[in-house]
Design a protein around this ligand. Structure first.
Ligand code: NAP
Length: 313
């Protein structure tokens, strides 16, 4: 029986683990993939206070240090999928993919978010055959080829800058005529040779044989469609999709209160509608999704739990 079970090993979960460990709560972090969550596959972190700017701080190096810190203060880790939860019982029951059931007096949901899809014909079919959602995983496949990046937020523009280190040409396809990324990110993009923006444009269809070699584009102002073919010598091109994220909250539906988008509603102490169940980071209904806000949420939740767990008989 754990005092606290944290579902998710991203910056939020690791920060909660650190604070809970230091409060001497017997704590388990459950992670289904690898430590770090979404930030674990990000090439460069420049806006987390204290990150090693100029020395190339990646999401992996930053979250690896967070993991060691949580472990140092006594956090246990298990690497398994969570397939079912019973949050209303006391203790709370969490069933893992291997059939084990973990019990905890309190639970923090720190499951984060996953990449949103474009939902256009060809996207699913060519996923892994030219369509990708992870630049650090797949950029090297496009060394000297042409790449399209879809989206206009921090992820799209930052990942496009990273992709340009590999690809011959990178075009960012933005559906409106405005970006959502930070000004400093836009400046860097403007200063990157071979990186271009294509505004008011959407990708309508993705084609290939057997790898992506043709896009059907739409001008969102005029409605006009056009065909974009891969360079004849290349015979293929890449399409990287960064159009936002969806919360990973499916298994908690019907138990904790959520917004229509599936973001878990909490108060300022990260408490959900169920006693001793908390939500932090990107899965939460929050105005800002950053490493620093996830880490901050984690500390608030752990300190709240330290006090509230004492109310249990
Ligand atoms: P985001 O900020 O929500 O931006 C999504 C972008 O994709 C917008 O430009 C949006 O266009 C576009 N889009 C959405 N659906 C689309 C579709 N179906 N087709 C084409 N374009 C579509 O998402 P994000 O960049 O993934 O970032 C998620 C969160 O993480 C944000 O809070 C972001 O600030 C944060 N983040 C921060 C950093 C950093 O601080 N360095 C890095 C990465 C992410 P519209 O504007 O028209 O809706």
């Amino acid at each position: 029986m754990y005092d606290l079970v944290i579902i998710g090993g991203g910056p939020g979960g690791l920060s909660a683990g650190l604070y809970a460990g230091r409060a001497r709560l017997n704590t388990l972090i459950i992670e289904k993939g690898s430590i770090g969550g979404q930030i674990g596959i990000t090439d460069s972190i420049e806006n987390y206070p204290g990150s090693l700017v100029g020395e190339h701080e990646s999401g992996k190096t930053l979250t690896e240090r967070m993991r060691k810190q949580a472990e140092h203060f006594g956090c246990d880790f298990v690497f398994e999928d969570v397939v079912e939860v019973d949050l209303k019982s006391q203790p709370k029951k969490i069933t893992l993919g291997n059939g084990d059931v973990v019990e905890g007096k309190s639970v923090i949901i720190a499951t984060g978010a996953s990449p949103r899809k474009l939902n256009v014909p060809g996207e699913k079919e060519f996923s892994g055959k030219g369509v990708s959602y992870c630049a650090t995983c797949d950029a090297n496949f496009f060394e000297d080829f042409e790449v399209f990046v879809v989206g206009g937020g921090n992820s799209a523009v930052e990942e496009a800058i990273y992709l340009k280190k590999f690809a011959r040409k990178v075009t960012i396809v933005v559906r409106r005529d405005v970006l959502r990324c930070d000004a400093v990110v836009k400046e860097e993009a403007d200063n990157t040779e071979g990186l271009e923006f294509m505004y008011n444009t959407s990708i309508k269809e993705i084609h290939g044989d057997p790898l992506v070699n043709k896009l059907i584009l739409v001008d969102n102002k005029t409605g006009e469609e056009s065909e974009y073919l891969a360079d004849e010598d290349d015979g293929l091109m890449g399409v990287f999709v960064f159009v936002g994220t969806d919360p990973q909250s499916e298994i908690f539906k019907g138990q904790v209160e959520m917004t229509d988008n599936g973001n878990i509603i909490t108060d300022e102490l990260m408490r959900t509608n169920i006693p001793l169940v908390y939500a932090i980071g990107d899965v939460r209904d929050t105005p800002l999704r950053q490493v620093v806000t996830a880490a901050s949420d984690g500390s608030i939740a752990a300190v709240t739990i330290e006090k509230e767990i004492k109310t249990l008989k």
